[in-house]
Design a protein around this ligand. Structure first.
Ligand SMILES: *Cc1c(COP(=O)(O)O)cnc(C)c1O
Length: 399
């Protein structure tokens, strides 16, 4: 048996690998520098071009580009008309922003449990958490795999709930032949560098609903409009005139970020293909290891995978998740955990959320670990990661 690096053996790799990494090349740099030396670095034509291309890619009527994914979720909650006293159902196995956005508008996040095999929110659990105060569902496409849209859509229609999809992980995914971004009432994306395509910081919301679209536009630019049809004073004094008709924020994206994202968007299908190849290779490589549980796929989701998660079957191993994680780091494969259940955080526990709310999510959390997945990974790096996992499993395997 190979000696683990954590016990003084040779590490599988000399150089550290990380769980995620952006891929910026010369064409991206050129696209950004053209904007930087041009007349507009913000509020120019690139953002409009990006919104058009993004809507086209996502098969949606409208897209609004914003400063980050969290702003996208906030704007969606505003457009949905959520307010104090309302309840919003979401998953605990997500980044905090998926739930925090309810608090931003005075509403209360309510956590439904996950399916313990797919790790996505369980439609049955959504149904069980509906009260007369429920107004919306924030459904997260965890790791890039689409939520069970058909079931969740039916529940939202039955109870008249706004369906907001947090697709921060899922640009490029399709559900039943329809692009993510075309199915929910509003779909929110993030373009943070660890996500599939990036603009540094960045986000967007897509929708097919004109009323939501108008509200999203207002929410991300101070509630100010230049559209005469929306103004109270018409005819107005002159072309400089505009009106603030609601309370909004400054959540705009800059033109050089939009240029970067337009350039990245062209590469998305290639990135998707490479991510799928790596997922397939990992699935094959771990199929004979009973100690490693892989994420179950949702048949209708053609997934552009953002994260590859291995789940340790700790009953079959003589180590804790922490020891496994540290052993991977010592082999120079830096993993990450996605995510600590949101309601475990102090901000939530101080507001009355208690451990035990979602037993499936808490149980899954104990054993999960994200291993490197990004399109720039070479085949050799993928094999190194597999080697590290196998080496550690062999060392800690019971009997
Ligand atoms: C990254 C992420 C967000 C927030 O996006 P930012 O662009 O970082 O604000 C929201 N939800 C999920 C699930 C995310 O992974």
């Amino acid at each position: 048996m190979e000696k683990l690096a954590i016990n003084g053996g040779m590490p599988v790799r000399e150089k550290k690998l990380y769980y995620g990494c952006q891929w910026i090349d010369e064409s991206d740099v050129k696209a950004v520098s053209e904007v930087l030396t041009g007349p507009y670095i913000t509020c120019g034509p690139k953002v409009s071009e990006l919104e058009k291309e993004l809507a086209k890619y996502c098969e949606a009527e409208y897209a609004v580009a914003v400063s980050n994914g969290t702003a996208a979720l906030h704007c969606a909650c505003i457009a949905a008309g959520l307010k104090e006293g309302d309840e919003v159902i979401t998953t605990p196995l997500t980044f905090a922003a998926s739930a925090n956005c309810a608090f931003y508008v005075g509403a209360k996040p309510v956590f439904a449990d996950i399916n313990p095999e797919t790790y996505n929110i369980d439609p049955k659990s959504i149904r069980e958490h509906i009260t007369e105060k429920t107004r919306a569902v924030v459904a997260v496409d965890f790791t890039g795999q689409s939520v069970e849209m058909e079931e969740i859509r039916a529940i939202c229609d039955e109870y008249n709930l706004v369906l907001i999809e947090d697709a921060a992980h899922a640009i490029g995914t399709s559900y039943d032949g329809h692009k993510t971004g075309s199915l929910a009432d509003m779909t929110c994306f993030s373009f943070h560098p660890v996500k599939t395509i990036t603009s540094g910081e960045g986000g967007a919301i897509t929708t097919n609903n004109k009323e939501y679209y108008k509200k999203l536009v207002l929410a991300h630019t101070h509630g100010i409009t230049h559209d005469e049809d929306q103004m109270e004073e018409a005819p107005h004094e002159g072309i400089w005139y505009y009106e603030q008709i609601s309370l909004g924020y400054n959540y705009r994206m800059t033109d050089f970020q939009a240029a970067l994202l337009l350039s990245q968007l062209k590469k998305l299908d290639g990135f998707k293909q490479r991510r799928q190849e790596i997922v397939k290779r990992y699935n094959e490589a771990f199929s004979d290891l009973p100690e490693i549980i892989v994420q179950k796929e949702i048949a209708k989701s053609d997934t552009c995978r953002h994260l590859y998660i291995i789940r340790l079957d700790l009953e079959k191993l003589n180590c804790s998740r922490r020891e496994f994680f540290d052993a991977m780091s010592a082999e120079n494969v830096q993993c990450q955990i996605h995510y600590v259940p949101v309601y475990w955080f102090p901000y939530y526990s101080h507001r009355g959320y208690e451990k035990g709310l979602c037993p499936n999510a808490e149980e899954v959390y104990k054993g999960i670990m994200s291993i490197p997945l990004y399109p720039k990974l070479t085949d050799a790096e993928v094999e190194d990661t597999i080697h590290a996992v196998r080496k550690i499993v062999e060392n800690y395997r019971k009997n």
